[in-house]
Design a protein around this ligand. Structure first.
Ligand code: FEO
Length: 162
């Protein structure tokens, strides 16, 4: 069973993961409008991953006899000026999420909640991958330049994401 402090913090993270899903879907829509369909596909897959992160927390709250909460999900700030700006935003967002997961872990440690610490271990590891993915694509765009020809080439590669 969860302490109220931990349950509230998990619910906050549940909402944040749903926001991430919403944000990446907005980024997918931006790339559809450009159109860069490969980038759009990458973002759509990312949006689904974020929803899965949220559902992981939802399931854990229920398993621990808590109640998932459903406050309003913040609207993403759109549009973006360029593909590079989208990935700058994505990378900054993932760094912010890492900070949120770390704070959640700090709370679980403070509350001596060993089950939640163990549960959060998966998210700690996942955030390393999330930051690496966003920063790698951002580095490629920065290195090669945010130009139509280059983006068309990258779009083809990035769109291969499974
Ligand atoms: Fe759910 Fe992108 O972290």
């Amino acid at each position: 069973m969860l302490k109220k402090t931990v349950e509230d913090a998990l619910n906050k993270q549940f909402n944040a993961e749903l926001y991430s899903s919403y944000l990446y879907l907005a980024m997918a829509a931006y790339f559809e409008s450009v159109p860069l369909r490969g980038f759009a596909r990458w973002m759509r897959i990312q949006s689904k991953e974020e929803l899965a992160h949220g559902m992981k927390i939802y399931d854990y709250i229920i398993e621990q006899q808590g109640s998932p909460k459903f406050p309003v999900i913040e609207a993403p700030k759109t549009p973006w000026k360029s593909a590079g700006a989208v990935f700058e935003h994505s990378y900054a967002h993932e760094q912010k999420v890492t900070g949120m997961i770390n704070s959640l872990m700090d709370l679980a440690v403070k509350e001596k909640d060993y089950a939640t610490q163990n549960f959060l271990g998966w998210f700690v590891k996942e955030q390393v991958e999330e930051e690496a993915n966003a920063s790698e694509i951002l580095a490629q765009i920065t290195m090669m330049g945010d130009k139509p020809g280059i983006l068309f080439h990258l779009d083809h590669i990035i769109g291969k994401r499974e």
